[in-house]
Design a protein around this ligand. Structure first.
Ligand code: ATR
Length: 267
């Protein structure tokens, strides 16, 4: 079979095996997606594992998305702009790194007709997820602001991408796009919204990267304020998985099947 995998640490919460294995089955490919946990000190062994077991592709998740880069032969320009890789392809020329999280963000925004070009966009958060969002929105031509609980981290990220760092208390209703890249509102985390609810307008598209719960406090408040569109993290999750699957197999997977697998796992 064609073997694919995910590495990260820990790997308890991932929905990816169910999503990819459903896609393999629907495509009638003899394929398998397995979990290969690796603690930080074990990450160095991953390239050898990939070659030894002829793994055709691997997803890389927290906490390795940045530290995996030096282990790869070639980094796709989009992934390089984010300084983060979530997908490895085992090609004849060596291991290549891609970032399909960014493609997932792009597809999510496209699904609600949000073209970031020239738009005033606000990213909430300053971690790895926010970095991928900033890199994509910059490439897509948005005018970028970043806000974060810890302002100094917003400043560091803003400097990296030529964005503005805005303090939470200085936020105004000035954005066509607001994208949450923090875990605030996620199941198991604080049930709260990461920004004041006075910043929504009728023209705002609000995206939350969280997919559990489907409606976060942020999205509920945005909806109540009558914003242009709301989107949660489910589309991003499915689309990044689909883009990785295509990189590995050359096949466009059945998104409906992948969504169904997601829902079965979430239930
Ligand atoms: P990831 O790589 O998944 O983005 P991270 O690097 O730990 O994870 O970053 C998490 C982000 O969510 C940070 O911006 C963090 O804010 P701080 O820089 O102040 O730590 C933010 N975050 C986490 N929990 C939060 C909460 N309850 N409310 C608001 N922001 C939160």
């Amino acid at each position: 079979p064609q073997v694919t995998a995910v590495t990260g640490y820990p790997l308890t919460h991932t929905f990816s095996p169910e999503i990819h294995n459903a896609a393999f089955k629907a495509a009638k490919i003899r394929g398998r997606y397995v979990k290969i946990p690796s603690a930080p000190e074990e990450l160095l062994l991953i390239p050898e594992v990939i070659r030894k077991y002829r793994i055709i592709g691997m997803n890389v998740t927290i906490p390795h998305k940045e530290s995996v880069i030096p282990l790869l032969k070639r980094i796709d320009p989009l992934a390089a702009s984010a300084g983060a890789v979530n997908t490895i392809r085992n090609s004849p020329a060596g291991l290549e790194g891609y970032n399909t999280d960014m493609l997932g963000i792009a597809a999510s925004l496209a699904s609600v007709d949000m073209d970031p070009k020239g738009a005033e966009a606000l990213i909430i958060g300053a971690g790895g997820a926010a970095k991928a969002a900033a890199a994509y929105l910059k490439v897509a031509g948005a005018r970028l602001s970043i806000t974060n609980r810890t302002h100094s981290r917003a400043e560091t990220l803003a400097e990296l991408f030529g964005a503005r760092a805005v303090k939470l208390e200085d936020l105004a209703p000035a954005y066509q796009l607001i994208l949450n890249a923090t875990p605030a509102g996620m199941s198991g985390f604080e049930h709260c919204s990461p920004v004041p609810h006075t910043i929504f307008t009728k023209d705002t598209v609000v995206m939350d990267m969280i997919y559990d719960p489907e409606v976060t406090p942020l999205l509920a408040a945005a909806k109540a304020a009558g914003v242009r569109a709301c989107i949660n993290g489910k589309t991003m999750l499915i689309e990044q998985a689909a883009a990785s699957f295509t990189l590995w197999t050359g096949i466009t997977p059945d998104r409906a099947v992948m969504r169904k697998a997601f829902e079965a796992r979430a239930a």
